[in-house]
Design a protein around this ligand. Sequence first.
Ligand code: HEC
Ligand code: HEC
Length: 455
Amino acid sequence: MLGMISCSEDPFVDLGEIDDSLEILPPSNQRIGDPVKGREYLITGDYIDSGIPLDVFTNTIGRVAEANNHLNRSGVNTDIPYSYSAVTASNGVEVVAPNCLQCHGGYVNGDFILGLGDNAADYTLDQSLFAGQLDQLVTSLYSTDSPEWDAYFPFTRSIQATGKDLVTDVVGVNPANKLAFILAAHRDNQDLTWSDEELFPVPDELYPSDVPAWWLLKKKNTMFSAGIGRGDFAKIMMAASVLVVEDTIQAAEIDRNFVDVLAFINTLEAPKYPLAIDMNKALKGEMLFKDNCAKCHGTYGDNETYPNFLVHHDLIQTDPAVAQNDYSNEDFEQWYNVSWFGTGENAARVETTSGYIAPPLDGVWATAPYLHNGSVPTLDALLDSESRPTYWDKRLSSDTYDLELVGMDYIEQESKTSNYTYNTTLKGYGNQGHYFADHLSDNQRSDLIEYLKTL
Ligand code: HEC
Ligand code: HEC
């Protein structure tokens, strides 16, 4: 079987000849933290300490959302959805603020998984309209010179400044890159204080991301799909607090705690595929994987390896916009690399690249949709490019996951019919590239998918 594959008529890539297009990403030093403290800080900490006054929250968002206490939190947090935390603002007012699980927690087949990228979040609406309504509620209960308003203000200021520019074309993709640009543009890069004016121009376009699973980070030498996040990971991650951070004194305090958050993230493991796996097929699939995939994605099981390759656009051929436009934004790079984040002890930095990393595939069965922009609904479609749908709808009113084709349960459409239709013809939303399994037969592809379920 192995012979057949390497002699096949017209393989898309000869894995012996691709080295020019692969670049090894080097590791950087990381600080060592305490994972137990990190989990607690992540799900209850005040790294975002401006938000909706507690009673306003419980009467609006809190009441409609089913809290479920997935995180086993105590106290006030028991009744608050997992993606928010009740915290005390710097002036002592109790507020409810978004936490990292807004984007880094989600469901597979009805089960909640901390660290799974949320593939259901809806950014198709202008969030600043929602903030406007909240403003009215808050001011109807408290005046604008109340401590409650002061504790709420930095939060609404950021949502108003960003919301109208963060509208995505489809439910489920994430606008976090552009959010980061806009928030950075509103901050002095030395003391991190807010500026109403944008200090560098932010491009109009928004390119979507699929949020990667956190359990993959421990294998990676760089962060983000294009490998641009270098240096100290804790410092890169805590930048999410620029939503409301006051200054670098507060930022330094948050940064110290994020060393623990990183330690916690590095303890996360991929979830196991829940149904029976046909081990005969999986073994055949493993051979195919070693021949066609392992060079870039590494090996799994005993003695795992992971090469940390960046794969240049000429070879990977997936939609280049995120790497070429977003992640090559020179204004942002200049802002960042000489900023409080980019200098001093434990500095982080941004380095633009011309491709995407080949991610580790642990738990890949659970991380649909696929590719950096989430443009391909299932593994089956990823591994057979002809079968990838141009327009596809995530099935509404169902949280079922397709465990056979492995990925999102979807319906192919002829055109865009709603905010749930993924339109792969848009710039940044393209589903092309990664043609490395097209030469396999249907049986081989099915064996390979059986193997991928074991990772
Ligand atoms: C608004 C959504 C959003 C929020 C909130 C958010 N993230 Fe992310 N995060 C993303 C997206 C999107 C990516 C992937 C970007 C890419 O690779 O293009 C990402 C990437 C990451 C990664 C890198 C994963 C990798 O393998 O490269 C880590 C780690 C991470 N986020 C941690 C955090 C932490 C910690 C917080 C809270 C302080 C946070 N994020 C808040 C959307 C978010
Ligand atoms: C030349 C290097 C290379 C080879 C060979 C390769 N891949 Fe990939 N793979 C990548 C890169 C780079 C990405 C990310 C591309 C993107 O997101 O735009 C990727 C993405 C993926 C993803 C999507 C992961 C996710 O969570 O979105 C899967 C699944 C995958 N590859 C499986 C395979 C399989 C199976 C094979 C063998 C048939 C294979 N790859 C061969 C480089 C490679």
